[in-house]
Write a protein that binds this ligand. Structure first.
Ligand SMILES: Nc1ncnc2c1ncn2[C@@H]1O[C@H](COP(=O)(O)OP(=O)(O)OP(=O)(O)O)[C@@H](O)[C@H]1O
Ligand SMILES: [Mg+2]
Length: 156
């Protein structure tokens, strides 16, 4: 899972480089799944693949952490579990997270269902009963950037 996440992150930044350094259209990846499913672990792996080297604490209490990339782009790691209103979301700088050059990795996107960008990826993590097994389903919604995720070509 960590390796897959790093490949996603690297692919995302390669796309940004093609679009001209730290710019490029915003990338939004929603991470769904029950408590402890591995959303934070996957988000960190994507961020590492995108070039984040700083320590990445859990956004459980701060809700949003932003990391600047050397190329001028930013990675944002958010956890919306505790968000209760649209006003709260705005207070977190929600609109800024959807700007060019941003890679947004958002846990518990269902807390902001109606505020999610039309074009996005959603990754759903599950912990099946089988010991040692984790599953991930990726779903493309609208016309997100990137258009493909490693291991999830064109198909939904
Ligand atoms: N792919 C994985 N394989 C094995 N263990 C994992 C995997 N992903 C996460 N874990 C373990 O599961 C625990 C919870 O992971 P994580 O914090 O990423 O969950 P989460 O989905 O972000 O939870 P929350 O909803 O509380 O934010 C951690 O102890 C982590 O080490
Ligand atoms: Mg988490």
């Amino acid at each position: 899972m960590a390796d897959w996440g790093r490949r996603i992150g690297a692919g995302v930044r390669a796309g940004a480089a093609a679009a001209g350094g730290g710019g490029g259209p915003p990338v939004f990846i929603g991470l769904r799944g029950p408590l402890g499913a591995g959303k934070s672990v996957l988000a960190r792996a994507v961020a590492r693949g995108a070039g984040v080297e700083a320590p990445m604490p859990s956004p459980t209490f701060n809700l949003v952490f932003r990391y600047s990339l050397p190329d001028g782009g930013s990675v944002v790691h958010a956890d919306l579990y505790r968000v209760r209103s649209v006003e709260e979301l705005a207070g977190l700088g929600w609109d800024d997270l959807l700007a060019d050059g941003f890679v947004a990795l958002v846990e518990w996107p269902e807390r902001a269902e109606r505020e999610l960008p039309e074009d996005r990826w959603e990754i759903e993590l599950e912990i099946p009963d089988e010991p040692g097994v984790r599953t991930a389903k990726a779903r493309r919604i609208g016309a997100p950037v990137p258009a493909e995720l490693p291991g999830f070509p064109a198909a939904e």
